[in-house]
Design a protein around this ligand. Structure first.
Ligand code: FES
Length: 128
């Protein structure tokens, strides 16, 4: 039988939009990254599924959108959803913070955990 556990990982004001907080330890020494993406909070395991890099310490980014192959002359390239993607600092694989999905290898995912706001506490839940 699984049991749900809740952990207060900080205060809402500690993680403003566009910022993150690395919480260690959390279910292991690598911990989690708690991200505020436009006012919505997400928790992501801080271990990249590629080669176990510290995923949540990586650069925030967005999805590349083009109207033609990027190498073609005159292609328009833009970044959509800036701040919704974290790039692993080791080999730059991009992961969607909300879902844990890897954009370059959709079968690869990093674990994510539900986040709730209780008063001004940020609370992360996981199953035992
Ligand atoms: S360890 Fe994260 S992309 Fe390689």
């Amino acid at each position: 039988m699984t049991q749900s556990t809740s952990v207060v990982v900080g205060k809402v004001w500690e993680i403003p939009p566009g910022e993150r907080k690395i919480v260690v330890p959390f279910r292991g020494r690598a911990g989690i990254g708690v991200f505020n993406v436009g006012g919505s909070f997400y928790a992501v395991r801080n271990i990249c599924p590629h080669k176990h890099g510290p995923l949540c310490t990586g650069e925030l980014s967005g999805r590349v959108d083009t109207d033609a192959p990027p190498s073609s002359q005159g292609a328009f390239i833009s970044l959509e959803g800036l701040g919704e993607i974290v790039r692993c600092p080791w080999h730059q694989w991009p992961f969607e913070i909300a879902t844990g999905r890897c954009l370059v290898a959709p079968e690869v995912r990093v674990a994510t955990y539900p986040v709730k706001i209780r008063g001004d506490d940020v609370v992360v839940e996981y199953e035992e």
